[in-house]
Design a protein around this ligand. Structure first.
Ligand code: ADP
Ligand code: MG
Length: 175
């Protein structure tokens, strides 16, 4: 099942990210997919605010991965990845990705996750797709198809709590 949210400005997209932060407990791996300029980094900024990250989140395009300390009961670090320039998933594996993603004290957010979907663990994976609908209009689609009940729950709760749902489609993954 997929659930969609339409946002009308960048702040609204940040709010959706902030809302998702309230559902996280640690160990989640969040795949952000979709168009360039779709709002993936903007969404991550809101999510980071929700986790009380003090630093400003910028696009890690030239570093692949950036670690931010988090102030939270059960989450210690937010890892923000951008795989736009990744040519081979092995590069990511070499950075110790498996250990980072498996650590229940980390939340891992991955822009362009489709570039390394083979090595992203499915257990705690939540997929979110960003579509460009116009100058300020974006469509955010949550997949509720996840092996993790918590991620399925987040995927269906967030669109409802954000109050902007549109039609649901059953049985699809977003990759
Ligand atoms: P991505 O990381 O997916 O490439 P960014 O978050 O870096 O996208 O960029 C999105 C751009 O679109 C930003 O300049 C942001 O201000 C703008 N924008 C306009 N409307 C929205 C919206 N509704 N949601 C998110 N970003 C928006
Ligand atoms: Mg980005």
């Amino acid at each position: 099942m997929k659930e969609k949210i339409i946002t009308k400005n960048a702040e609204k997209t940040q709010e959706v990210g902030k809302l998702l932060a309230t559902e996280l407990r640690g160990g989640e791996v969040i795949s952000l997919l979709g168009d360039l300029g779709g709002g993936k980094t903007t969404f991550t900024q809101g999510l980071a605010t929700g986790l009380s990250v003090k630093e400003t989140i910028t696009s890690p395009t030239f570093t692949i991965m950036k670690k931010y300390p988090v102030e939270h009961n059960t989450i210690k670090n937010l890892y923000h990845l951008d795989l736009y320039r990744l040519s081979n998933p092995q590069e990511l594996a070499d950075l110790g990705f498996a250990e980072i993603a498996a650590d229940p004290q980390n939340v891992t957010v991955i822009e362009w996750a489709n570039k390394a979907k083979e090595i992203i663990p499915p257990e705690n994976n939540l997929q979110i797709r960003f579509g460009w609908l116009g100058k300020d209009k974006r469509e955010i689609t949550f997949s509720t198809y996840s092996r993790s009940p918590a991620c399925r729950q987040a995927g269906s709760e967030i669109p409802i709590r954000s109050g902007r749902t549109s039609k649901q489609t059953k049985g699809e993954v977003l990759y």
